[in-house]
Design a protein around this ligand. Structure first.
Ligand code: ADP
Length: 662
């Protein structure tokens, strides 16, 4: 450039020939030429350009045409900028632009460039600004790199902001937050304002002594990343002063600057507190389960969803005398009874597949070689989707119960068989009894019926003997005839009574509604003579109505009332009271007399046929009356009994259902 300047025809410019230049201009030009930095001297008010080698490189295609030309013409595309420079510079001001962006024409095309520009006035001998010295540094590459870096960084920060993990960047030796995304703010429960610009120590003083600050110091000094799995950190999450323990998977990643120096640390954290606590809980409860399971009296085990044993409790090993190694998988089959193992395996394989809790009883072999019965219950543990994840089983020793049950079962079977046999015997006996009863009844009926005819003849002949031969017969023969007549009359009564007795069963009438007062009235009419003879008093209450066989009920009342008249006290007129009480179902009739009474210990006797308590001489009778009463009451589904004391009268009590079953 020194050569070009020396050769240039300066006389054509306002500067005039070179040898006329003032000293201050020459000095300035020498400084320019000596400098390795691109420099240009803009001389005079038009800014005539004199520049060095470094500037010629910056001028590109315009060199050497720029030498000696006016700055506004040499750089027409930035004429306004340069006009201002000249104005300010010649007014004595310095100007400085850093990374000034300009659009310059290069080979006819506009191109963006960034330059550092420094302008300072060059003064003449009198101290007045005569030109402007410009130092021009092209910074385009640096600016572009910086811009790219910044946009890359903001892109990255934007990305961090949206990332679904807690991300923060801390800067410098104090680890000041430069970035903290929303997740990071959320897990630390700090706002962006509370974080940005502050150091970790300021934000989390509670980390002191937990080795957190030290982690960051080490990353910064060594440049090695730090990776922690389930890192415990105790901090004031709620901002209320109460400390909470959290667990984090976190990475502290060093970030190098352009010179390879670590200035920042990227923190990437994922909170895993819930998982850690859940796992701790599971561990705790599993531990508790094992303690519990090892201390119960039952055998217990756990199996995979497919039924392969992977754990047994101590009681299992103690009872079976085995160990886990032997039991694993399908080893449990070994302790099953050979007679039951197939049944159990078949059942259990189906049950595993069904995936439902099941129960089964079978014997298990003890360490002493003895088999004992167990009730096994397997509980299906399922996940949220209902899939079986494991089986937990228990075996309860039920050997004693099982044996007792079996014994009871056998006993029951025997008992049932014996009952069956006995029932059979009884049924046969009953059949036999009713057959002989019927036969007896038939016999009594036929006998008494057939006896009537010859008896009637005996009575008739005795009568004829007496009436026709009374005078011819000796006196004792007449006494015999009277005896004969008495006996045969008594026999007729007996036969009549027997016939009546057997007719209760054979001549039964259908049941009808009966007004007992009407029946009593008829009976009393029949007994009127006897009532008059004994001067008896009969008191009759209002009686209830019942359903029954009218003739038989009449016979029943007749027998009881006539007995009350018959068994009277000597010289005492009978007083007979007939009354009744009723419930919804029954009617209880009482016939009370003031007669001789009887000893109650013979109560069962008097209702049996031919049984009498009082002698025939004092009281006429056959001992059939009350047996007939009993038979009638039985047929009506009722009961008959009596209360009495000797000499104090008797009360006969008959209970009959008001309605008969059809
Ligand atoms: P009978 O009157 O023909 O002897 P019953 O069968 O009617 O036969 O009576 C049986 C016995 O019950 C009687 O012999 C008598 O001893 C006793 N008996 C019955 N009714 C009365 C009564 N009202 N008071 C005392 N004893 C009675």
């Amino acid at each position: 450039m020194a050569q070009l300047i020396a050769d240039f025809d300066w006389s054509q410019t306002v500067l005039g020939p070179m040898d006329t230049w003032p000293q201050h201009l020459r000095t300035a030009v020498n400084i320019v030429l000596d400098s390795p930095v691109p420099m240009v001297m803009l001389w005079g008010k038009d800014g005539i350009m004199i520049y060095n080698d470094a500037y010629s490189a910056f001028a590109g295609g315009r060199h050497p045409g720029l030498l000696g030309s006016k700055v506004v013409e040499g750089w027409p595309e930035v004429a306004d900028f340069n006009k201002n420079v000249m104005k300010q510079g010649l007014a004595g001001k310095t100007l400085s632009y850093e990374d000034q962006r300009m659009t310059l024409l290069r080979n006819g095309k506009p191109e963006e460039v960034w330059v550092n520009l420094n302008y300072s006035p060059v003064r003449d001998d009198k101290g007045k600004p005569a030109g402007v010295l410009a130092i021009v540094n092209k910074t385009t590459d640096g600016v572009l790199a910086k811009e790219a870096f910044q946009s890359e960084r903001s892109r990255l920060y934007r990305f961090f902001g949206q990332a679904p993990a807690a991300i923060a960047v801390v800067q410098g030796p104090e680890h000041r937050y430069e970035l903290a995304n929303s997740f990071y703010q959320k897990i630390t429960n700090r706002t962006e304002n509370e974080l940005l610009g502050r150091s970790i120590k300021e934000v989390f003083p509670e980390f002191a002594g937990q080795g957190v600050y030290e982690v960051f110091d080490t990353v910064l000094s060594t440049g090695e990343p730090f990776v922690a799995h389930e890192f415990p950190a105790i901090f004031d999450r709620t901002g209320t002063g109460s400390m909470e323990k959290g667990y984090f998977n976190f990475v502290a990643q060093p970030i190098e600057n352009s010179h390879g120096k670590v200035e920042r640390i990227l923190i990437h954290a994922v909170e895993v507190t819930e998982q850690v606590l859940a796992r701790q809980k599971v561990k705790e409860s599993e531990e508790q389960f094992r303690i519990f399971a090892n201390n119960i009296q039952n055998l217990a085990w756990m199996a995979s969803p497919e039924g392969e044993i992977y754990w047994c409790n101590q009681e299992w090993y103690d009872y079976t005398g085995t160990n886990l190694e032997e039991m694993q998988g399908w080893g449990w089959e070994k302790v099953h009874h050979p007679e039951h193992v197939d049944r159990v395996v078949e059942f259990v394989k189906k049950a595993w597949k069904m995936g439902e809790t099941w129960e089964l009883t079978f014997p298990l072999k003890g360490s002493d070689g003895q088999y004992r019965w167990f009730l096994t219950r397997a509980y299906a543990v399922k996940d949220a989707t209902g899939k079986v994840i494991r089986w937990i089983g228990t075996n309860t020793n039920i050997d004693e119960q099982k044996k007792a049950e079996d014994a009871l079962k056998e006993l029951n079977v025997n008992l049932e068989r014996r009952i069956d046999e006995r029932t059979e015997e009884l049924t046969a006996a009953n059949k036999e009894l009713s057959r002989s009863n019927v036969e007896l009844q038939d016999f009594a009926y036929v006998a008494s019926h057939d006896l009537q005819e010859p008896l009637r003849k005996i009575i008739a002949f005795a009568g004829l003997l007496e009436s026709d031969y009374k005078k011819e017969l000796p006196a004792d023969a007449r006494v015999y005839i009277t005896g004969l007549q008495k006996s045969s009359t008594r026999m007729r009564t007996l036969i009549d009574d027997l016939l009546t007795y057997s007719r209760v069963a054979t001549k039964e009438q259908p049941f009808k509604q009966i007004n007992l007062n009407s029946t009593v009235k008829i009976v009393l009419e029949d007994l009127q003579t006897r009532i008059n003879e004994t001067s008896a008093t009969i008191e009759t209450d209002k009686l209830c109505a019942i359903e029954g066989d009218p003739l038989q009920i009449r016979l029943l009342l007749q027998n009881l009332i006539s007995n009350a008249l018959k068994y009277k006290q000597e010289g005492v007129a009978p007083v007979i009271r007939i009354s009744s009480v009723d419930t919804d179902e029954d009617c209880t009739i009482s016939i009370a007399d003031n007669g001789i009474g009887f000893d109650e210990q013979y109560i069962d006797k008097i209702f049996t046929i031919f049984q009498r308590l009082h002698g025939r001489t004092a009281y006429e009778g056959t001992g059939v009356g009350l047996a007939i009463c009993k038979k009638i009451v039985d047929r009506h589904g009722g009961t008959i009994t009596a209360k009495s004391k000797e000499g104090e009268g008797s009360t006969f009590i008959v209970t009959l259902p008001k309605k008969q079953r059809k």
